[in-house]
Structures are given as structure tokens and as C-alpha cells.
Write a protein of this length. Structure first.
Length: 119
């Protein structure tokens, strides 16, 4: 079993910045990829950013140039640096980890953290 603990959400004015963190803990696993998703009220959950164990990253078009995802493999932690925030970035942000454990890949989710951007 792998647990994901997120932190860093909150309320910020448009144009401001926030940094989200997600730490994975457990036994006997290795991380293949970690990512951030978000879901705004009345909308479907969408992928925001992803980073693989090899360092490859991928971003939603709406956040390119503003958000940066990075990982610390020693700490099994992923970060999402969010700059130039817009009101439309308001959502619950959830961390996802694809981990290799007991010979198979499994997906785990964090509890989610609210990000609110005021205009």
C-alpha cells in the first residue's frame, strides 16, 4: 500500500503563485510516474502535469509556461510550482502516482487540495 500526502493549496490572488507538494510513502515500491490532476466544479477531472521516473514531463496546454512539475526521487515527492495563477485555475488538485509494486503497476491518489484564485 502506498499513501500520498498533499500540501500547499490555498487562496491566492490572480497573478500570484502557489507550490503544491505530494509525498509518497509505503514499502516495496518504485515510482514510474507522478502527476497532478485538477477538477473544477461542474467540470471533468483533467491532467495538469506529469513527470516520469526518467524525468520526462508533460503539461496541459492551459498551464504551459506557467506551471512547473518536478520530482525528488530521494524523497518520493513531486512538486507543482504554479505561477501567474488565473481564476480559471481554481479547482481541487489531486496527486496521482503510478507505482511498480509486487510485479505490477498500480495507481494511487492523494486526498486532494483546494486551490482558489481570486480575481
Amino acid at each position: 500500500q502506498v499513501q500520498l500526502v498533499e500540501s500547499g493549496g490555498g487562496l491566492v490572488q490572480a497573478g500570484g503563485s502557489l507550490r503544491l507538494s505530494c509525498a509518497a510513502s509505503g514499502r516495496g515500491f518504485s515510482i514510474n510516474a507522478m502527476s497532478w490532476y485538477r477538477q473544477a466544479p461542474g467540470k471533468q477531472r483533467e491532467l495538469v502535469a506529469l513527470v516520469t521516473s526518467s524525468g520526462r514531463t508533460n503539461y496541459a496546454d492551459s498551464v504551459k509556461g506557467r506551471f512547473t512539475i518536478s520530482g525528488d526521487s530521494a524523497k518520493n515527492t513531486v512538486y507543482l510550482e504554479m505561477n501567474s495563477l488565473k481564476p480559471e485555475d481554481t479547482a481541487v488538485y489531486s496527486c496521482n502516482a503510478r507505482v511498480l509494486t509486487v510485479g505490477s503497476e498500480r495507481s494511487y491518489w492523494g486526498q486532494g487540495t483546494q486551490v482558489t484564485v481570486s480575481s
